[in-house]
Design a protein around this ligand. Sequence first.
Ligand SMILES: [Zn+2]
Length: 259
Amino acid sequence: MQVCSTGDIHSDEEADQEVKGNHDISLDAAYELKHAEGWRVQASDTELCRKLLMENKSFTYLENSSALIEIPDKNVSLRVFGSPYSPDRGRQNWAFQYPEERAEDIWSAIPDDTDVLVTHTPPAGHCDTSSHWLEGGCPGLLATLESVKPLLHVCGHCHEGRGAEILRWGEHPGTVASVRKWEDPGAGNKKQSLLDLTGSRAGETPLEAGKEMAVVNASMVARSFGRGGMAFNKPIVVDLVVPVLRHKEAECPEPGLSV
Ligand SMILES: [Zn+2]
C-alpha cells in the first residue's frame, strides 16, 4: 500500500491512496467561490481536474474521507482517513482551508475506527514548527485525535516541523500525558530515517495501541517558501504493527503484520 500527499510539492507522484493540500487549488470545488475577490491564484478547470482524479482506477482519492484496506491473506485490516484541509490564517487565499471555528465540522468526519490518519495540517503543538505558519497546527484536530486514538498520524504543511513524536494520552479525556521525541537515525548521514514502532529492534519501545499515537510530519521540502534555498528531507520510514482483520470487534487483538 502506498499513501501519497502531494499538496506542497506540485509533483505527479504515483500512489494507491492520494491526499492533496493547500496548493492544489484546481481540485478545491469551493476555491473560485470562496476567493472571487482579492488575491488568488488562477485555478485550472476544477471540474475536469477532479473528474480525472476521482475516475482514476489506479488509486483512491481521499478528500476528508476514508478507505478500509483489507488484505485477507495477511489477515490485515486497516482504515486510512485522508484530508487536504489546513486552517485558514487569513494571509493568503489557498485551497482546502477552513476558519478555525469550523475545525470541529471538518474533523468530525474522521471515523472512530481510523488506524492511520493522513492530513495536510499537523495537530497543534506537535510537529508543527513553521517559519510561515507561525500559529502552527490545528487545535481542533488535536482534540479529535484524542478521542479517535489512531495508531499513526501523518502530516506535513509546517515544513520546519518535520520529524516525529509519540504521544501518550492522559487519563482524563482531552489530555496528553507525555511526549517521546523521535531522534532521526538518518540525520546527517546515509542511514535510513527509520521510526521503529514495533519494538523489534534493540533499544526501541513499541507503540502501545489505544494509549499512544505517533505523529509524523513527513515534509519533504525542508524550509518554508522564501526562507532560503530549496532543501529536502529524507523520507521517513515507519515500521508499525498493523491491526488484524475485524480488530475493532476483538477484545484482545493479536499483533498483525509489520509494514
Ligand atoms: Zn501546505
